[in-house]
Design a protein around this ligand. Structure first.
Ligand code: CTP
Ligand code: MG
Length: 227
């Protein structure tokens, strides 16, 4: 049994606005990508790692990750959209994997336990597995500045990564995806093909560093020993 982890880390980080690719932005002295990989490897369930790096940054990514001692590290360059980057990563996976995890470098504080529960659910027969959290805000559907309706939030969850997949269906979903409507997560692409997607419990620490305030939170959690 071999579990491969694909880490899309090729985004520009425009909403963060740090002037460099988000995965390389430092928090508590280390890039988000390093924090993310340390926790993924700490799960003990990851055998192969594919990092999808920003253009021109493969060498830097290799150097950053060398101290972590990844058993089998592959680094490729990403594409224009997240789904293009994941596809680039899938292209260099070994053939014999039984689980593929896809995990955003930007969810850099995701604890090892989430990786373990996602892998366990895939090995238990799930074709696609996502970590989820309840939505705490009231959510409304709007158009042209007016509220159309309030959505019952008891039916809603926020979806995190790592997402776990059986390799065949994930590859086929990426092969079938179109550039016209790029997906923001991989499970959505399997849903579109009619696959059942299972959920496991997510974690507050698995939030995505997206805007500057998220970096403040990550820094505080790391400095305070909460992550
Ligand atoms: N990502 C990627 N390739 C892309 C776009 C995104 O590998 N073309 C990765 C990011 O590096 C990140 C994850 O996908 O780890 C989630 O994307 P997001 O949070 O949107 O990151 P960015 O695209 O970098 O940020 P922004 O949208 O603000 O530019
Ligand atoms: Mg983006």
């Amino acid at each position: 049994m071999t579990c491969a982890l694909v880490v899309p880390a090729a985004g520009r980080g425009e909403r963060l606005g740090a002037g460099l690719p988000k995965a390389l932005v430092a928090v508590a002295g280390e890039p988000l990508l390093v924090h993310a990989l340390r926790r993924a490897l700490g799960s003990g369930v990851v055998d192969v790692v594919v990092v999808v790096a920003p253009e021109g940054e493969q060498q830097r990514v290799r150097e950053l990750l060398t101290p972590l001692g990844v058993p089998d590290l592959r680094v490729v360059t990403g594409g224009a959209e997240r789904q293009d980057s994941v596809r680039c990563g899938l292209a260099v996976l070994p053939e014999d994997v039984d689980v593929v995890l896809v995990h955003d470098a930007a969810r850099c504080l995701t604890p090892p336990s989430v990786f373990r529960s996602v892998v366990e659910a895939v090995r238990g027969g799930g074709v696609a597995v996502v970590p989820v959290l309840p939505v705490s805000d009231t959510v409304k559907r709007v158009a042209a500045g007016r509220v159309l309706e309030t959505v019952d939030r008891r039916e809603l969850v926020a979806v995190q990564t790592p997402q776990g997949f059986a390799p065949g269906p994930l590859r086929r979903a990426h092969a079938a995806a179109t550039a016209a409507a790029p997906a923001t997560d991989d499970a959505g692409m399997l849903e579109a093909l009619g696959h059942e997607v299972l959920t496991v419990a997510g974690d507050d620490a698995a939030f995505k560093v997206t805007r500057p305030v998220d970096l403040v939170l990550a820094e505080a959690l790391l400095r305070g020993g909460g992550a």
